[in-house]
Design a protein around this ligand. Structure first.
Ligand code: NAD
Length: 260
């Protein structure tokens, strides 16, 4: 899967899955902008990936919920490298609580990061992709794009929403050679998940071991976590796919956590 010379923006790539995707893209020869709220961590990650090559990376300070920050970040990438070939809208957080205890401010924050962030970054890159008549847009969904679990209403609503956005982008932009797809991972051991284990134990009234064994891995076929590398491989496949045949789709990578 060759991304030689391709220019990619990956949001939320200073950590976890986004960083793994940035690493895989640089390995495949891409130039990658690591866009994250954590500017210093993004710069440090970019420096490390550029050292390992063969592609290169830069760090960009970006709050995906700010239209100005998104537009500036995308403009900076285009000023440096000329265009954008691949967008991975990946930045995300998790807040767990039952609906009756879910603060409205938390609900709005979740939808802003996951959905507004996806919309704003997509809107900013599309004109560049349309101009060159090619591009790949990827959204980081989840098994929770396909089904629900208790105490995750905002996350589940947002992750389901990304399927709609990806399908809209696919239908509106096929004629411009732009593809749009969703990756739906099962549980992956990242800071986002590590933070959730004690929180879910408290909210669901069970032990942390039970959260891992039953809530996170109970539905898998083999009791295994999905890895960052598994998800990065799928992100590479979607970015490198050569034609419009693969658009408007979602792919679940979850050790069978969700099958359909
Ligand atoms: P993570 O916490 O390791 O990384 C998330 C990154 O997003 C962080 O670097 C953070 O600084 C950044 N970020 C947060 N808010 C931001 C904002 N407003 N603007 C820019 N950057 C921001 O988490 P992760 O597990 O790697 O999650 C990445 C994505 O994968 C999320 O969309 C998450 O929902 C999704 N996902 C994760 C899992 C899992 O099990 N870890 C499973 C399915 C889907």
């Amino acid at each position: 899967m060759n991304l030689q010379g391709k220019i990619a923006i990956v949001t939320g790539a200073a950590s976890g899955i986004g960083l793994g995707i940035a690493r895989r893209y640089v390995e495949a020869g891409a130039k990658v902008a690591i866009a994250d709220l954590k500017a210093e961590a993004a710069e440090a990650a970019a420096a490390e990936l550029t050292r390992t090559g063969p592609g290169e990376a830069i760090g960009i300070a970006m709050d995906v919920t700010s239209e100005d920050a998104v537009n500036k970040g995308v403009a900076d990438v285009v000023a440096k490298w000329g265009t954008v070939d691949v967008l991975v809208s990946n930045a995300g957080i998790q807040i767990v609580n039952r609906i009756e205890d879910f603060a409205y401010s938390d609900w709005k924050k979740m939808l802003a990061i996951h959905l507004d962030g996806a919309f704003l970054t997509t809107k900013a890159v599309l004109p560049h992709m349309q101009k060159q008549k090619s591009g790949a847009v990827l959204y980081m969904g989840s098994v929770h794009s396909k089904e629900a679990s208790p105490a995750k209403s905002a996350y589940i609503t947002a992750k389901h929403g990304l399927l709609g956005l990806a399908r809209s982008v696919a239908k509106e932009n096929g004629m411009h050679g732009i593809r749009s797809n969703v990756i739906c991972p099962g549980f992956v051991r990242t800071p986002l998940v590590d933070k959730q284990i004690p929180e879910q134990a408290k909210t669901l009234g069970i032990s942390e071991e039970e959260v891992v064994k039953n809530v996170m891995l109970g539905q898998t076929v083999d009791g295994e976590f999905t890895t960052i590398e598994d998800v990065a491989e799928v992100a590479c496949f979607f970015a490198a796919f050569p034609t419009n045949a693969l658009t408007g789709q979602s792919l679940i990578v979850s050790h069978g956590w969700h099958v359909e």
